[in-house]
Write a protein that binds this ligand. Structure first.
Ligand SMILES: *[C@@H]1O[C@H](CO)[C@@H](O)[C@H](O)[C@H]1NC(C)=O
Ligand SMILES: *[C@@H]1O[C@H](CO)[C@@H](O)[C@H](O)[C@H]1NC(C)=O
Ligand SMILES: *[C@@H]1O[C@H](CO)[C@@H](O)[C@H](O)[C@H]1NC(C)=O
Ligand SMILES: *[C@@H]1O[C@H](CO)[C@@H](O)[C@H](O)[C@H]1NC(C)=O
Ligand SMILES: CC(=O)N[C@H]1CO[C@H](CO)[C@@H](O)[C@@H]1O
Length: 287
């Protein structure tokens, strides 16, 4: 009797140890609660220690508006620099006249769809070590670390993985600093069903560097802050947007990385996001 109970206990313990406990879109996650870096080998890294950005890795937006929603600001290459071992992406309040159009603000945008085509696949893990500006009431914008598949057309049609998105408002908790991750997509074969799922907001001390990571699997994507799982999106789970019938899907394509500084009209003083490094890891053993 005692022996049976003990076996049960051991089994239960093993189950607890092997199952993930971090929040998900509903189903159980198969990704670890904490990244074990010893399980991985680094396959790409940019420390931004050179005099300038390596343009075989990075493609910098030069007088570019990403979507039709983007009316008050434009991405210019002045807002992407390398400084003191960091990639620095900025946002500024400045009137510019570009190709006959006037904008009140400028921001920075870059992605890895350059000549080296740095991308990652299922079971790779990517992370960037990032610091963003101190909070100032009513003087905010939205820096981000993003990833998107090769078939990217224009927003809002493709998938977008928001690995780190800093947002200005959390009306429920009144947090001045908010972290969230989300995936967003609209597939042609899903009709006009816009799929969106946002993680709950989280408060962090953004004035410190943190690593923001993503582990991509065939059936789920998990976001990590400082190596700790924050939220998993499991394929097949329903979206938490108001559209019924949409389920989370993970694109089966190579994924590019990018950084952006989305400008809100609340921006007053110039803002800078610092990226110490970005890297891609692959598992030591096939998973
Ligand atoms: C940029 O990266 C490529 C590929 O690793 C490398 O061959 C090249 O030397 C780098 N360029 C600079 C300026 O560091
Ligand atoms: C971007 O706009 C600036 C200001 O109008 C101009 O000097 C520059 O040549 C433009 N760059 C490109 C690639 O069009
Ligand atoms: C990547 O660059 C190629 C060549 O410029 C382009 O055709 C493709 O649309 C780009 N993909 C993304 C995701 O931006
Ligand atoms: C669902 O989405 C909303 C925003 O659309 C968000 O505020 C909320 O936290 C999400 N719920 C969960 C459980 O992630
Ligand atoms: C950059 C990159 O894609 N790295 C690796 C991702 O993982 C696969 C195997 O899982 C490797 O073959 C890639 O080199």
């Amino acid at each position: 009797m005692i022996r049976i109970k003990f076996r049960f206990f051991v089994l239960a313990l093993l189950f607890v140890l092997s199952s993930a406990t971090h929040p998900t879109t509903g189903s159980l996650s198969s990704s670890p609660d904490q990244i074990n870096y010893n399980d991985y080998i680094e396959v790409f890294r940019d420390d931004f220690n050179g005099q300038q950005l390596n343009t075989s890795y990075w493609r910098v937006a030069d007088n570019y508006t990403k979507s039709s929603e983007q009316t008050n600001y434009i991405y210019t290459k002045d807002n992407v620099k390398v400084k003191d071992g960091n990639l620095v992406i900025s946002a500024q309040r400045q009137s510019v006249d570009i190709q006959g159009k006037k904008y009140q603000f400028t921001g920075g945008f870059l992605d890895s769809n350059s000549t080296a085509k740095i991308s990652f696949q299922f079971n790779n893990y990517t992370e960037a070590r990032i610091r963003i500006p101190d909070y100032e009431d009513m003087d905010l914008s939205e820096p981000g670390f993003i990833a998107f598949p090769f078939n990217y057309e224009s927003w809002p049609h493709p998938t977008e993985f928001q690995i780190m998105k800093y947002s200005i408002f959390d009306t429920v908790n009144v947090y001045p600093y908010i972290y969230k991750s989300f995936i967003y997509y609209q597939w042609i074969d899903n009709g006009d069903c816009r799929i969106q799922y946002r993680s709950p907001n989280k408060k962090l001390d953004f004035s410190q560097y943190h690593t923001y990571g993503m582990l991509l699997k065939e059936n789920e994507v998990t976001y990590y802050i400082d190596g700790i799982a924050y939220f998993s999106y499991i394929a097949g789970d329903p979206s938490n947007s108001s559209n019924i019938g949409c389920r989370i899907r993970i694109p089966k394509e190579d994924i590019f990385l990018g950084f952006d500084y989305v400008v809100q009209s609340t921006l007053k003083k110039p803002k800078e996001m610092y990226v110490d490094y970005v890297r891609i890891l692959k598992p030591k053993q096939k998973q």
